[in-house]
Design a protein around this ligand. Structure first.
Ligand code: G6P
Length: 621
């Protein structure tokens, strides 16, 4: 998704902006640009390529190599953007920042202006020549029109007036040549975070762009506008009501969390961070004495927890599959009916909201628009909703008000690994807590506590077998399509495994329940269609072995991922997973599937951290 950076202070703004944009690259983008104020004029540089290309262009301009009259120069205030095309193709003209005709005002914008066509038509009718196909450009002209001829008008007032006529979602930053000491930022549906430094202020759509400079941050609320200067800031609500005093909070990540270190890409780094991420998730949350879990972020007492009659997990993509793992855990340990649904479906289908159901909004970023909208719909209908998010201060976390913090640490790669694992382990804790206020025995609870405690080391053992998993991946990476087969506990894991393979390697992968194979998909089995079959060591091992035999009988190659002892020669390749408590095994089975997808994608030469067409957090519809 689009990324925003802004700076006002004493430094040369360009390196700060370029560095910030580089930190936002992981979110997915197709073009980039920046504008700085230099000797009273806007200097704008854009590219339809990568941030590195922007960096080169700016450097070339600075050393006088670029021949165009435009281009960047030194300035201590500026704005930058990485764009993920919505209105108009991803070319240099459509890249942000956009300016008005006179080059007075520059704006960067995330989100979608829904009445853009109407605004653009009005501008054209009044004689303005629009140069891009974007919704954002209209805002630049409208803000400049408000300011022109009225020297007493503040930039903030001009922005507020224009936003009054705007429908849609935005996070935006505006720079005006006639107000050279300030940036005006506004938020409605797209995240904006301010970074407070020593005599300097930063703004970004994601803290990753700021943590190199400051860890003191302020999250802007939806419907807020703020003016930031090097030494101060103030915010008000767009509808005129004054916003409360804002105190910066300390963000729990630093620049090192975003460094690759010994790894060649973030996905590999994050796969290997999983034992530590799991330890963080479990720290202080296992109660040995009463064989239960402590989840201090959930403001529900035992009586309220007992009153829950159903649990429903809502999330998108991997967060949805993690929710499905959570639903299995809740049903098994707490014996409460539970299921998961994509938040993107839930929000549009006029759901029946039951006051005795506990809804769990699952999101790594805490900013996914579909999940946020589902939460808002639930709240409107009186639903009880808790968040399970990885980013403190994120929109979903704040909207829910209480919930479970995932503790995975910053996740950069588009393909979710450690966040998904921490989602699943946190749901095991939730299931244990719900189970122990109901009928789960202390002995069963102890078994789960012990099983959870063992998980980080068990994940470490799977990671140590990376070379073997990589060779299996290399053996099958040439396949055009693959099946991922799971049964009961293995089913959500199979779905997540198929998702991981398709999103980063572009190999077509489909997940099926083992029992459903014979009801249709078996027709596709052939020597060209390998199947990854998951066989946990539960009471369904024999059933899963016969699934493999059915596939083998039709000439299909099989990769067995298993914690059970399989008959010699049953599968073409075997990936072993340590035996764990059966309820918790899905958490472990997910790890080799991440590595399979990773090494298949690496073998195929894919850009692993930035898969085509995908974004890390989808903050638009
Ligand atoms: C996008 C990403 C997925 C992710 C999903 C939910 O679609 O490409 O990898 O699982 O969003 O993201 P969230 O931040 O809400 O967990």
């Amino acid at each position: 998704m689009c990324g925003i950076v802004g700076y006002v202070g004493k430094r040369d703004a360009i390196p700060v902006l370029v560095e910030g944009l580089h930190r936002l690259e992981y979110r997915g983008y197709d073009s980039a640009g920046l504008a700085v104020l230099h000797r009273g004029r806007l200097a704008v540089t854009k590219t339809s390529g990568r941030v590195q290309d922007l960096r080169d262009k700016v450097a070339a301009t600075a050393s006088g190599k670029a021949s165009s009259g435009k281009g960047s120069g030194k300035g201590s205030i500026g704005i930058g953007h990485t764009r993920w095309a919505t209105h108009g193709e991803p070319n240099e003209i459509n890249a942000h920042p956009h300016t008005d005709t006179a080059g007075r005002v520059a704006i960067v914008h995330n989100g979608i202006i829904e009445n853009a066509e109407q605004l653009r038509e009005q501008l054209t009718a009044s004689g303005v020549k629009l140069v891009s196909d974007t919704d954002t450009e209209a805002l630049a002209h409208l803000i400049a029109a408000e300011l022109t001829g009225d020297d007493s008008m503040s930039l903030e007032d001009a922005v507020v007036r224009v936003l009054g006529a705007v429908e849609g979602a935005y996070g935006l930053v505006v720079l005006d040549t006639k107000h050279p000491d300030q940036l005006v930022v506004a938020r409605n549906g797209s995240p904006i975070v301010l970074g407070v430094g020593e005599n300097e202020m930063f703004v970004a759509s994601d803290v990753s762009a700021l943590v190199r400079y400051t860890r003191q941050v302020i999250y802007l609320e939806d419907g807020e506008v703020a003016t930031i200067r090097a030494n101060d800031f103030h915010s008000t609500s767009l509808n005129g009501a004054a916003a409360g005093e804002k105190t910066p909070m300390l963000v729990d990540a630093d620049a090192l969390d975003y460094e690759l270190g010994e790894f060649s890409d973030y996905m590999s780094k994050e796969i290997h961070e999983q034992p530590d991420a799991l330890r963080r998730a479990l720290m202080g949350r296992l109660d040995e004495r009463f064989a239960t879990a402590r989840l201090g972020g959930i403001n529900l007492d035992a009586r309220q927890l007992r009153a829950i009659r159903q649990v429903k997990f809502l999330g998108c993509g991997s967060a949805y599959y993690a929710g499905q793992m959570g639903a299995h855990l809740v049903e098994e340990l707490a014996r409460i009916p539970a299921d998961a649904e994509p938040a993107s479906e839930f929000r549009y289908r006029s759901p029946v909201v039951d006051p005795d159901t506990l809804y769990v909004a699952v999101s790594q970023s805490g900013e996914t628009s579909d999940t946020l909208m589902a939460v808002q719909e639930l709240k409107r209908k009186g639903g009880q909703v808790i968040g399970a998010v990885n980013v403190v201060g994120s929109a979903i976390g704040r909207e829910c008000g209480h919930g479970i913090f995932l503790h995975a640490g910053p996740e950069v790669s588009v393909a979710s690994t450690k966040a998904l694992t921490n989602m699943a382990v946190n749901f095991a804790l939730l299931a244990l807590l719900l189970g122990r206020v109901r009928d789960l025995s202390a002995a069963h609870g102890e078994r789960i506590v012990e099983g959870l405690r063992n998980l980080p080391d068990q994940v470490g053992r799977i990671l140590a077998a990376e070379a073997e998993i990589a060779s299996v991946a290399a053996q099958f990476a040439g396949a055009e399509r693959m099946f991922f087969i799971g049964r009961v506990r293995g089913w959500p894991v199979a779905r997540e495994g198929a998702q991981k393979l398709k999103e980063i390697s572009y190999v077509h992968a489909e997940a099926y329940q083992a029992g459903e194979l014979k009801h249709g998909p078996l027709a596709l089995i052939s020597p060209e269609m390998p199947s990854v079959v998951l066989i946990p060591s539960d009471d369904l091992v024999a059933k899963n072995i016969s699934t493999i035999e059915q596939i083998k009988a039709r000439g299909g190659p099989v990769i067995a991922v298993t914690s059970a002892d399989l008959p010699e020669g049953l599968a073409d390749a075997v990936i072993s997973v340590p035996k764990a408590e059966p309820e918790l095994e899905p958490i472990l089975f997910n790890i080799p599937l991440q590595m399979l997808a990773y090494h298949a994608a690496a073998k195929l030469g894919r850009d692993i951290d930035k898969p085509r067409n995908l974004a890390k957090s989808v903050t638009v519809e």
